[in-house]
Ligand binder design. Structure first.
Ligand code: ATP
Ligand code: MG
Length: 320
């Protein structure tokens, strides 16, 4: 069976967008693929951070992956598998500053600011290591990461040409359009976990009253016509987002004619989706030794699986 790899950066508490757009699709892959899922703590060091908060978010994210049903995957924390940073260094020694400079994400987030961390600049080489260590045949990638995965391919090819055929060069595939949850307070912007605490973000561990308030305040529009509750991404982004969230959470939009009724239905559907996840999270959080064991086992498996790739790369590049 094929190999699937996906890492989530602990840059904030996971949101409803992360659940619908990532965690649930990741769960569905478990039946057909060999899945490696992890918490990308090293990637969280590329921007100013607080160590205590990173520690807490790493544990929370790890626990949420389990609570979301990813218990038939190899689960690990990136920094517990040192091969990621070791191979990243070999790839930094393969990459050129010119191509790293061309990365759009670096241009937008860090270029030209003297206090930008060097790790933000080299981030694409760590991401390339994340991928190449597991030899996935395909990497499904959204638009925002496409350039980085193209660089991953370029680095793998350049390394192979220079030193020998070490890396499998993965194919880039466009994933089936996943739900893209928008910020409830600004439905033209994506709901993101590292967004500032705002009224438009629903976190997976939010209590029902917090969800209700967020949905109640969600931006809609001033349409009061009989068919006001209808999807129209351009003209009615807020209503469209609420309808999509409703359907993704198993609700039924049929017969809803007012925004009040829509919001009540969305609240019920989201709360019903989060409730079992939060219950499992509480049970897991009460048994941290179990979560620790799952991730220790996962890291051991990941170290084992990646060791031959790292060893081959080390030998090929000339390390003794
Ligand atoms: P950040 O603000 O740190 O970028 P994020 O919430 O955008 O956080 P990522 O770590 O960038 O999360 O992505 C983790 C996964 O969640 C990816 O698979 C991404 O496609 C998915 N994802 C993130 N936000 C959404 C969203 N609003 N709707 C659907 N999927 C999302
Ligand atoms: Mg993001």
């Amino acid at each position: 069976s094929h190999t699937v790899l996906s890492l989530i950066k602990p840059s904030g508490s996971l949101t409803l967008g992360n659940l619908l757009g990532a965690l649930l699709p990741m769960g569905r892959q478990q039946d057909s693929a060999r899945c490696f899922y992890g918490v990308a703590d090293l990637h969280a060091l590329t921007v100013p951070h607080d160590p205590g908060r990173l520690r807490a978010l790493t544990t929370e994210t790890a626990t949420l992956l389990l609570a979301a049903g990813l218990d038939r995957s190899t689960l690990f924390v990136q920094s517990h598998v040192p091969a990621h940073s070791e191979l990243a260094y070999l790839l930094e020694s393969t990459a050129h500053v010119g191509e790293l400079n061309r990365m759009i994400q670096f241009k937008e987030k860090g270029h030209g600011r003297p206090a930008t961390r060097a790790s933000l600049f080299t981030y694409p080489t760590l991401m390339a290591a994340d991928i190449l260590l597991y030899r996935p045949e395909q990497v499904p990638v959204g638009d925002d990461q496409r350039q980085h995965v193209e660089l991953t391919r370029d680095l793998a090819l350049r390394f192979n040409n220079a030193y020998g055929a070490v890396f499998a060069v993965p194919e880039i595939v466009t994933p089936p359009v996943a739900a893209r949850v928008m910020d409830l307070a600004d439905p033209t912007a994506k709901m993101g976990k590292s967004s500032a605490e705002g009224p438009g973000v629903i976190r997976l561990l939010d209590r029902p009253d917090v969800v209700r308030r967020a949905v109640a305040r969600a931006v809609t529009d001033s349409d009061t016509g009989p068919d006001a509750v209808r999807p129209d991404r351009e003209a009615k982004p807020g209503v469209t987002n609420l309808l999509e969230v409703l359907v993704a959470c198993g609700g039924d939009p049929a017969g809803l004619t007012t925004y009040g009724a829509l919001k009540a239905a969305v609240t019920d559907a989201v709360v019903a989706t989060l409730e079992p996840l939060q219950k499992r999270y509480r049970d897991l959080a009460a048994d941290p030794a179990h979560v620790h064991d799952v991730y220790a086992d996962g890291a051991a498996t990941a170290r084992q699986v990646t060791a031959p790739v790292l060893a081959a790369a080390r030998a090929a590049i000339g390390l003794t």
